[in-house]
Design a protein around this ligand. Structure first.
Ligand SMILES: [Zn+2]
Length: 470
């Protein structure tokens, strides 16, 4: 395929590039495992592009024109989402974390494990919703049962969604004695480790018949969090992480009650428990991290561990905001997570806006207290980086338009080139000021970033395949 039009991406923190009248090609496949990867990018005006267009014309093939008023943006990356909790998304956000888990989360997860038909229904819908929201890649927490996670992987693969699927590892029961929740736990560390290994094998097996580029799902080691995992289990997962070509995700230093729980039960901090078991690595993605100190962030950075920043669920459960600016200054890899269903919105657009809003509150607080530090706020351009390239880098992907990257993209239409009217909520009053349509400006994109919605999303591609259209 060859696409011609305007492409927008955030190749580095704070930088948004607008590539007017460019060509992006996913052609000239020399090897089958490159299918759907970008093989060409360049301005339509350079000789190589002119030759390419001429060659295509001689073959009677025209490029796919992205209309004026639209631009292609890398598909979003959601670095933290609990797939089974999609079941009750948007409800039950009235309790502190540990009580919330017992009252809502574990029940939902147990229900999914008990009902494969329900799991298939929920996960099929989840994949559809992710595409609708422009999310191309998702790092997922699943449930305990292997089969349910295989259903999740299968639903994502079938829908054409790129997904890292985490079978939960947990061998400590955190349901309190007075709880009405059925026990939700694996029988032992050994059984949990065997199940984790088996899931990796079976999840790979699900897609092993496909060429490498078509394998969209991948297993991830997923110790739920320190309170649910014995040292024996964490140690075993640490060894597995060293020997197997997998990533690992968990929750780190998320909430006041959770951090206090770990101190009381383990006599140390979350981060020390993970570290001593070999679980802070460059293949690790940790959600939240709101309670980390500056030295902790330096340690995370030195280990190459990434953080999934979930501003909405942090507001509900963490008691304090994540030190995002400090983490970025410490060169920590950071992406955004929706944390459904601790966060009620599946839309990364909301996560971007919340990340900016929270950072501005932090900056206001700094000013009020007269603390001596640089500005703690981030801007929309930085949030766009986190939502695309930041999250992608945490998972070993690119999240931008460059040769070799998978073509994971979304078409955003901000105005209609026939009527010169803004699309959806957007109004632009200077489009025809001199009788001609204007090139895209950062301000026009900023307006979309602030008040745009699903009406602006026209199409989504994942690994070069057109997987969703409005
Ligand atoms: Zn979570």
């Amino acid at each position: 395929m060859l696409y011609r039009g305007t492409f927008v991406h955030a190749p580095s923190l704070g930088v948004v590039q607008i590539l007017e009248d460019h060509l992006i090609g996913t052609l000239f496949i020399s090897q089958v495992n490159e299918e759907g990867n970008i093989t060409y990018i360049g301005s339509a005006q350079i000789q190589q592009s002119i030759d390419l267009l001429a060659k295509r014309a001689s073959e009677n093939i025209s490029p796919i024109e992205i209309p004026k008023g639209s631009f292609l943006l890398p598909a979003f990356c959601d670095l933290h989402l609990h797939a089974p909790q999609f079941l009750y998304q948007g409800t039950g956000l009235d309790l502190p974390l540990m009580k919330w888990l017992d009252t809502y989360a574990l029940k939902a997860e147990a229900r999914m494990d008990a009902g494969p038909e329900l799991a298939r229904r929920v996960y099929t819908r989840l994949a559809q919703r992710l595409k609708e929201n422009g999310t191309g890649t998702t790092l997922l927490f699943g449930t305990i049962k292997e089969e349910t996670n295989l259903i999740l992987a299968e639903c994502m693969q079938t829908a054409g969604c790129r997904a890292f699927v985490g079978k939960l590892s947990m061998d400590i029961d955190i349901t309190p004695p007075e709880s009405t929740t059925t026990t939700y736990v694996e029988p032992s560390a050994e059984a949990s480790l065997d199940a984790a290994k088996s899931f990796i094998h079976r999840c790979h097996g699900l897609v092993s018949h496909l060429p490498p580029s078509a394998r969209l799902v991948e297993p991830v080691l997923t110790p739920r969090f320190v309170p649910t995992c014995t040292n024996e289990l964490l140690d075993g997962l640490g060894k597995l992480l060293q020997t197997d070509n997998v990533k690992l995700q968990s929750h780190l230093a998320e909430a006041k009650d959770q951090v206090e729980w770990v101190r009381a039960e383990r006599g140390m901090e979350d981060i020390d428990v993970f570290d001593k078991n070999g679980l802070l690595t460059s293949k690790t993605i940790q959600a939240h991290c709101t309670f980390l100190t500056m030295p902790d962030l330096d340690r995370i950075s030195a280990k190459g561990t990434a953080i999934a920043h979930c501003p909405l669920s942090n507001a509900y459960f963490s008691a304090k905001p994540f030190p995002l600016r400090e983490a970025l200054d410490s060169n920590v890899k950071v992406g955004l997570g929706t944390d459904v269903a601790g966060g009620y919105s599946l839309d990364i657009m909301n996560a971007m806006r919340q990340a900016v809003a929270v950072s501005r509150m932090r900056e206001g607080d700094r000013l009020m207290q007269g603390r001596d530090h640089q500005n703690l706020s981030i801007d929309w351009k930085e949030s766009l980086y986190l939502a695309t390239r930041g999250g992608a880098l945490a998972l070993g992907l690119q999240g931008m338009f460059c040769v070799g990257a998978p073509f994971d993209a979304q078409e955003i239409r901000i105005y209609d080139a026939q009527s010169w009217q803004g699309v959806g909520t957007l109004d632009y009053f200077d489009l025809d000021a001199d009788g001609s349509l204007k090139n895209l400006t950062p301000e026009m994109i900023e307006k979309w970033w602030c008040i745009g919605d699903h009406r602006n999303r026209m199409r989504v591609w994942i690994q070069g395949k057109d997987v969703w259209s409005a």
